[in-house]
Every structure is written in C-alpha cells, then in structure tokens.
Design a protein around this ligand. Sequence first.
Ligand code: TA6
Length: 295
Amino acid sequence: MPAQLEQDVVTLTLGTSTVHIALKGATVFSYSYDGQERLLTSSKSNVHTSDPAAVRGGVPICWPIFGPAPSDSPPFSKLKQHGFARTSVWEYVGAQDQGEGIKATFKLEPTEQIQALFTLPFVLTYSVHLLPYSLSLSLSVANPSSAIAPLPFQALLHSYFRLPDSVHPRDVLVTPLENLAFADKAGPKDGLTKEAERRKVVDVDGPGGEVDRVYFRAPDRLELATGAAGTVRVHKKGLPDVVLWNPGPEKGAKIGDMEDRGWERYVCLEPGLVEPFQFLDPGKSWEGGIEISFA
Ligand code: TA6
C-alpha cells in the first residue's frame, strides 16, 4: 500500500523511499531515502496523539509563531514557544497518487482548545509529497475571516537533519549564507541586533558548540555538506529566512525529550518566514515549503 494510516501515523511508500507523518503536528518524523534515515527523531519522543508534547525531531511545523510568544501582542500572548501547530492533532485528508509520486494532505482548523489560546480564524493545509528523488513539504495558510482583520503569523519548518554516524555537527558546512544579515540567538547580544555573515562557508560550531542563528532573506537553494558522506540540499519556496541550530553538548543535554547525546546526530536547518510577520488579508492564502534532496 503506497499510503496507509495506522495508529496516528500516515506512511507513504514509493520504491525504496518511505516517509512517516504523525497526525500530531502533521510532523514528518522519518524519511528514508536510498536505504538511509535522513531525519533525526529522538527515541524518547512519543509520536502518538495520546502524548501532548511536540515530536522532538523530524520536521515540526512552527505556526503561528517561531520562538517565544511576543508577550505584549494579544493574538499571541497565550501561545507556547513555536505555537500550537506542532502539538495539535491534524486531520488526514487523504493521499493521492500523483503519477511521479504520492502526496498526502493534512488540515488544521481552530478547535476549542486552540480557540482558548488563539482566537483568529485560519485554515492550514500541509502536503507531504514523496517523489522518486526528493521529499516536498508545503504549508498553506488561508484566512477565511469575513471581518477586515488580517491574520498575522510566522511560519517555519523546523527540520532536524540526521547526520551520518561518522559526521559530527562541527564538521557540517552550510552554504550559501555569506553576506546575509543574521540575528544570533546564542550570542552575547540580545538576539535582536543584526550582524552580517562574513564567512563563505558556515560551520556548525560556536561557543560551547552551540549555534542558533536566524539568517534573513537567504537564497532559496541551501546546502548542508557532510564531507564524503554527501550533501543535503534544501530548496525553499516562499520562506524568506532560515535558522541554523545545534544546541551543542551543554544545552543539548538539557533537552529533556532528546535521546542521550542526540545533539551530536543532527543539524537543524529551518526555512521559515520569521521577519516580518505575514499579515494575510481575509479571503487570501499564502504558501511556503521546502524540497529535500541529496547529492
Ligand atoms: O529553531 C531554533 C530554536 O528556536 C532554538 O532556539 C531552540 O530552542 C530550538 O528551536 C528548539 O525549541 P523547542 O521549543 O523545540 O525546544
């Protein structure tokens, strides 16, 4: 069966590629390509809807905010870090054979639980398209409101790329980020002040091994090079910014739902719409996504 829903998890299969998507958060938590798992999901994480915590790993969807809630702005003030899309249970709309590949679609609309935290109307549609040589993920946001109020949001695909066993995060090289403005969330500054990236090739190593940077207006084609172990290619569309994150040993050990030494096994490269917020007029929709492939 190319598409199957079993125990809160949708599985798509195409040739030797497989992708698993949890209804919780519509989180892609496993993508196997060419016989290798390409995403890191913590073995401590529970992907089932019985556990309310977000999946730790894979590709959680951050919506309608990325990072902590701006506490003084009413539509967001009750939200937890990265919003509710990653912890909500999405509807599985179904899967379609698309000739070249297979595409599953998921939907999220306000529930009572969501409305207690966020009162604006919205419709989120997420498609997971498994292709012969890539995986394409696309998030669409619609504002179904009949009022004049626009729908403000940030959106980000918080992708945890699994590193081959022989590769450490500090050996990973990311391009092309040169000359981009970035905010350093792990730096001595306030995380808001922007600096310019001077390096042609950016490694994933900072003080204490930690890197947590938001790069603004990044090129749409990004690469994570892991030396002889190959390159992850991320082609983003409609998502202007990208976050590069690895917590390093000290902060990594404090992530309660991360498996032992899990921080050594991934680098997060997270295309998103971080700044400025999108303001979506009633009746309008927006779309952003990524295509993941390997070289
Ligand atoms: O995208 C990077 C980041 O915002 C980091 O600052 C780090 O905290 C990470 O996300 C994980 O956040 P989480 O809420 O999933 O623990």
